[in-house]
Design a protein around this ligand. Structure first.
Ligand SMILES: Nc1ncnc2c1ncn2[C@@H]1O[C@H](COP(=O)(O)OP(=O)(O)OP(=O)(O)O)[C@@H](O)[C@H]1O
Length: 825
């Protein structure tokens, strides 16, 4: 049916935001901390019930208050939500308006329950469909209606048709007339609500769900049910058609990988779900911000979900967001997060407009339409001519305007590109987190299996351990594959960025108004770089925070073990490190070390010229970063606990760019696989094409791999790291010498060529692990201290497992019996 859009008036409106708090489920043991007041207010109580009386009266609680269009407590039904917030929107759909209803909330908060519901408490999808057909029934005599429906899911960033038995992967297309459309999606004509409900049930049965820690039937995909209602008056002279569209969206459950306790496929789902939801949250954030004219940018293109929801979020749609929350105290942070986004969403504006088309009934109608359009064209031409004749608009300015708008488009694309990479990296980090966790478990299992096998008992236990090991290996493999895919996407994203950058550079150099355009384009690119830097800074802050914590624990430990401070200071001085505020007077004789190093943020910043512990710290970042709890690596006796140590090599590589300090030599003292040192400072990203990061990376291929925890190459640590490591070992030796009777002893000595560790005690063997930083070779030897035999077969209790022995890093684990562990750099 050819149709010509008729001009219709636009009306601005804001998103309706409703909160729905579900009741506590039987599985939940916690406390109910959500209160709904006056149908609009939501109060989230402090999850810590036994707060100090003083805290409470002085209002130092984590209690939060929010106000929304509507709020529904645990006693409310889906019908209550529908009657108060949705029904009026649905009636608009039959009048040619678009509407979107979506449920937003953390996993298990009740999104599917709200959208789909149960037999006794039908959800918003079901109730909306009944209303649509009731309204159609009423106007059936005067108007003709045609209702069609489609149902799709976005699973792992792929679109599937839920109304097809085995759906192909569907693609999104930009249609100039209808906006974003899903090519090849089945749209079925329906004549009754029952028929759609049948299709809905069919589609739901095909939806991907999983049993996760947080929810027994957690939706793993985002589902979008779309109902289109075409309405045409039956009268002879009227040829107008109204086309209303209702989108009902049930989002997938979001959970942090660490909470979901999942790996492999589930984890990949989680990462993709989080990627889409992160993109949705970014859009809500951007739309909810007060915008300066012309500068608004909403990153819709970052995920399929946000592209599909684009109209519902800012275009021609009357939209209702139902934010679902759980009342249980353990969900406090998720609840606040949901409420925060819902609060932002209140500010989102959409512009609704009736979709009116016309049906061609007679040639005379065409003629009339053409006449009208010609009049309109004449009017617009005249307006244009008037505008051109105005003296204020010079041709040169007009050309510059065109150029500017083109630059605008390009710079928007570049920001989208940056945002996309941030999302991809986020997904990658999350994947990496889980991989590290399960790799640690793998290590435990390997040790346990080796131990059991050595004893030669418990075959059944060994079998169980082996089968668990196999599952973990499968998970690691799947995650590695997923990681490689993300990495590929990051690379594609980078090459797109190069293209965009090239286009901007060309535009700038071929245009007459070069200086102005150059400044403008650099300003825009700076903005984009700023987004990236903020992201990197956030990551870096996290790393620094973890390091500070680890360092603090380490110093506390040293203090508690009664280390000789003078010796420590001498050692530090020997290594060129000044420890600020460490005066003998203030510390000697303080057994509890109350005045030990203060690592509070700001105290040991790297600002200023004097080197302080913060600097020492940053230098060592390659060694200790992301060791979550340093103290937990030690047994109660103060010994290093091998079983608890996780070498976060992947992080070391991922964050290398983030972990440099201000010294350029530290920043880029990287050694590549061909053993050449690169010692240069990167220029600004936007100065010249030669100094763009991607160019920089292509000239140093090993740097590209740093961003990927899944690549094969490893990054050698800087010499500063070795300094710190050595210092740490010296301090440790002194400490242990002072307490010779405590457990197995370590003796660590150093020579110009390699570091040695001697393990005595439970295991009467000596182990020497060496790395020669000059020759780049690594070696591990085990020896019996009595016979001085250096064959490892003489060390039955000692198992040395060198890992990461590439490019200079050695990671050595000893069997639990030896209670010793160290890592050499
Ligand atoms: N209003 C309610 N009344 C009773 N039970 C509810 C209500 N809302 C949710 N539930 C129950 O809470 C559990 C989780 O709900 P649901 O599956 O709808 O969560 P979800 O947000 O869709 O989760 P996911 O995002 O993981 O898919 C289910 O057992 C559901 O029956």
């Amino acid at each position: 049916m050819p149709g010509i859009s008729a001009p219709a008036t636009k009306k601005s409106t804001t998103l309706t935001v409703a909160i729905k708090c579900r009741p506590l489920t039987e599985r939940e043991q916690g406390r109910d901390i959500v209160r709904v007041k006056h149908d609009k207010e939501v109060v989230v109580l402090d999850p810590v019930f036994s707060k100090d009386y003083l805290d409470r009266i002085q209002n130092r609680t984590k209690e939060k208050n929010y106000c929304f269009d509507r709020a529904f407590g645990p006693g409310c039904t889906n019908l209550d939500v529908y009657t108060a917030c949705i029904s009026s929107v649905i009636s608009g759909v039959v009048q040619g308006l678009n509407a979107t209803v979506f449920a937003y909330g953390s996993t298990g908060s009740g999104k599917t329950y709200t959208m789909v519901g149960t037999k006794s408490d039908p959800g918003l999808m079901v109730l909306s469909l009944h209303t649509i057909f009731d309204l159609i029934k009423k106007d059936k005599n005067s108007d003709e209606f045609e209702v069609s429906c489609s149902y799709l899911e976005v699973y792992n960033e792929v679109i599937y048709d839920l109304l097809e038995k085995s759906s192909a992967h569907l693609e999104l297309r930009e249609d100039p007339m209808h906006g974003i459309v899903v090519a090849g999606l089945r749209c079925i004509k329906v004549h009754s609500a029952d028929k759609i409900l049948e299709l809905l049930n069919l589609g739901n049965s095909r939806r991907k769900t999983e049993n996760t820690e947080a929810n027994g039937t957690s939706s793993r995909s985002h589902a979008v049910l779309e109902i289109t209602v075409k309405r045409r008056q039956k009268t002879e002279y009227c040829n107008q058609v109204m086309r209303g569209k209702l989108s009902l969206v049930d989002l997938a459950g979001s959970e942090r990988a660490s909470e979901a306790n999942s790996g492999g496929q589930k984890l990949r789902d989680g990462a993709n779900i989080n990627r889409s939801l992160l993109a949705l949250a970014n859009c809500i954030n951007a739309l909810g911000k007060p915008q300066k004219k012309g500068l608004a940018y909403v990153p819709y293109r970052n995920s399929k979900l946000t592209r599909i929801l684009k109209d519902g979020l800012s275009g021609n749609s009357q939209t209702v967001m139902v934010a679902t929350i759980s009342p249980v105290d353990s969900q406090y942070h998720h609840t606040l997060n949901t409420l925060k986004y819902a609060d932002r969403a209140k500010k989102i504006k959409t512009h609704i407009q009736k979709n009116i088309g016309s049906i061609d009934t007679h040639v005379s109608d065409y003629q009339r339409m053409i006449d009208n359009l010609q009049i309109e064209v004449c009017r617009l031409k005249k307006e244009l001519a008037d505008k051109d004749s105005q003296p204020s608009v010079k041709p040169a300015e007009k050309a510059a305007d065109d150029e500017l708008s083109w630059l605008n488009v390009l710079s928007l694309e570049i920001s989208e590109n940056a945002q996309e990479r941030i999302n991809l990296q986020n997904a990658l980090f999350e994947l990496e987190e889980t991989n590290l966790r399960i790799r640690a478990e793998l290590q435990y299992l390997d040790d346990a299996i080796a131990k059991k096998q050595a004893i030669g008992k418990d075959d059944a236990v060994v079998e169980a351990l082996k089968s668990r090991r196999q599952i973990i290996l499968d998970n690691i493999r799947e995650n590695d594959e997923a990681g490689i895919n993300y990495q590929k996407e990051i690379e594609e994203n980078e090459s797109r960025r190069c293209e965009l950058q090239k286009m901007i550079d060309e535009a700038v150099s071929s245009n007459g108004n070069k200086t102005y355009l150059r400044i403008l384009s650099q300003y825009r690119i700076l903005g984009m770089a700023n987004i990236e830097l903020q992201f990197e800074m956030a990551m870096r802050d996290q790393v620094i925070h973890n390091q500070r914590e680890a360092q603090r624990q380490l110093w506390n430990l040293l203090m508690r073990s009664g280390v000789d401070e003078k010796h420590l200071l001498d050692l530090a001085a020997k290594h060129g490190i000044t420890i600020e505020d460490w005066s003998m007077d203030s510390h000697v004789g303080l057994p509890e070390r109350k005045k030990s190093m203060d690592f509070s943020p700001g105290r040991y910043t790297r600002s200023g010229c004097s080197p302080c512990i913060g600097q020492l710290y940053s230098r060592s970042s390659c060694i200790f970063q992301h060791h979550e709890d340093f103290s937990s690596r030690f047994s109660p006796a103060g010994l290093w606990d091998p079983a608890r140590t996780v070498c976060r090599e992947e992080h070391r590589r991922s964050y290398y760019f983030l972990s440099h300090d201000h010294s350029p030599s530290t920043y880029l003292k990287l050694r590549n696989c061909s053993e050449q040192w690169i010692d240069s400072t990167p220029g600004s990203w936007f100065e010249t094409p030669g100094k763009h990061p991607q160019d920089f990376r292509s000239s140093c291929p090993e740097i590209r791999t740093l961003a990927s925890p899944f690549s094969e190459s490893y990054l050698p640590a800087s010499h500063h790291s070795a300094d710190f490591c050595q210092l740490f070992k010296d301090v440790w030796n002194i400490t242990k010498r002072q307490n010779p009777l405590e457990g197995p002893q370590f003796e660590i000595t150093s020579s110009p060529d390699f570091y040695r560790e001697k393990v005595t005690g439970h295991c009467e063997t000596t182990r020497v692990a060496g790395y020669n930083p000059l020759e780049q070779s690594s070696s591990i030897h085990c020896s019996n201290p009595i016979s001085q035999n250096t064959e490892s077969s003489n060390c039955p209790n000692l198992s040395c497992i060198p890992s990461f022995a590439t490019n200079g890093s050695i990671f050595v684990s000893l069997s639990p019996e030896t209670q010793g562990h160290s890592r050499f750099v």
